[in-house]
Design a protein around this ligand. Structure first.
Ligand code: R5P
Length: 294
């Protein structure tokens, strides 16, 4: 197999540079801009004919723009003679709409995966996808890399004493137990219920008596509503310090304010989404997966 080339998509230039540094794989930075009406322009600044490309392009907000850019990149790369194109989308948009919660709804994540296949991608890598079970139904291979251990390593280095890990929802329990095991501490589960129409979240914290310090772990912080409710519940149980940790910090609207006003000391996220909350990097995890492609 020929050497691969990394393509830095407009959404993930920072992460692509880190991955290129770690792997030693050549990086091509796309030329890109937005037209005055908001449409995306992309251009390969050098020939990619005959090459195997790995495109690093997250599909975090503005997700529709980032998805169209991902589409334009693959479709044009193949038209320009690239041999193969694979996508690394550190955060994959629409993964929370993984079924018809109400009659008539779109199963959006499947439509997005079909779109990526028709663009010409051979495979999609992502991290901590909200609905891992979608891989079985995906029209193209979908690899879900898991960042729990990377998060746990960062949290361990904080050397917090008397701490417990708190998960959000039934699904979050495996994440909390993995992180808790790495740190050698206990964990508890908070139940979360979301109204499918209003989107409002209710949280119940059962079986937690006295808490001194807690780290709440969740895969995604979006509007911050869920995290804020869990932080509040822990504060009511007497916690002096509560850390709000996640893999993907979308931080929509006033999410930061909601979480800090609820009493969180710090918001901790990975660099799947470039923003001021990124405290630990998933670049090595992605690099290892890319090197396995060689
Ligand atoms: C839900 O199942 C997820 O794990 C997150 O708890 C949820 O996506 C967070 O959304 P928001 O920040 O809008 O409450």
């Amino acid at each position: 197999m020929k050497d691969m080339i990394l393509i830095a998509g407009p959404a993930s230039t920072y992460l692509a540079e880190k991955i290129s540094e770690i792997t030693g794989i050549k990086l091509v930075r796309l030329e890109h801009k937005l037209f005055p009406d908001g449409e995306s322009y992309i251009r390969f600044p050098e020939s990619i004919e005959g090459e195997d490309l790995i495109v690093i392009q997250g599909t975090h907000p503005p997700q529709d723009r980032h998805l169209i850019q991902a589409y334009l990149i693959a479709e044009n790369a193949l038209d320009l003679g690239a041999r193969t194109v694979k996508l690394v989308s550190p955060y994959l948009a629409y993964a929370r709409q993984d079924k018809r919660f109400r009659e008539g709804e779109a199963v959006s994540i499947l439509s997005i995966l079909k779109m990526m296949k028709s663009a010409g991608y051979e495979k999609v890598y992502t991290l901590n996808i909200h609905a891992p079970w979608i891989a079985e139904k995906s029209p193209l291979p979908l690899i879900d890399l898991r960042a729990e251990k990377v998060l746990a390593k960062y949290l361990k280095n904080l050397n917090l004493e008397d701490v417990i890990i708190v998960s959000v929802g039934k699904k979050g329990e495996s994440m909390a137990s993995m992180v808790a095991e790495e740190l050698g501490v206990g964990y508890a589960a908070a139940k979360s219920m979301r109204d499918t129409i209003t989107g409002k979240v209710k949280v119940e914290l059962e079986g937690v008596e006295e808490v001194k310090r807690a780290i709440v772990v969740d895969d995604i912080i979006s509007t911050g509503g869920t995290m804020a409710e869990v932080v509040k519940a822990l504060k009511e149980k007497g916690a002096r310090e509560v850390y709000a940790a996640c893999i993907h910090a979308l931080m929509v609207g006033n999410a930061e304010d909601k979480i800090t006003s609820a009493g969180a000391s710090e918001i901790i996220a990975s660099d799947t989404i470039p923003n001021k909350f990124m405290k630990y990097s998933v670049a090595e995890l992605i690099s290892d997966a890319i090197l396995r492609e060689k």
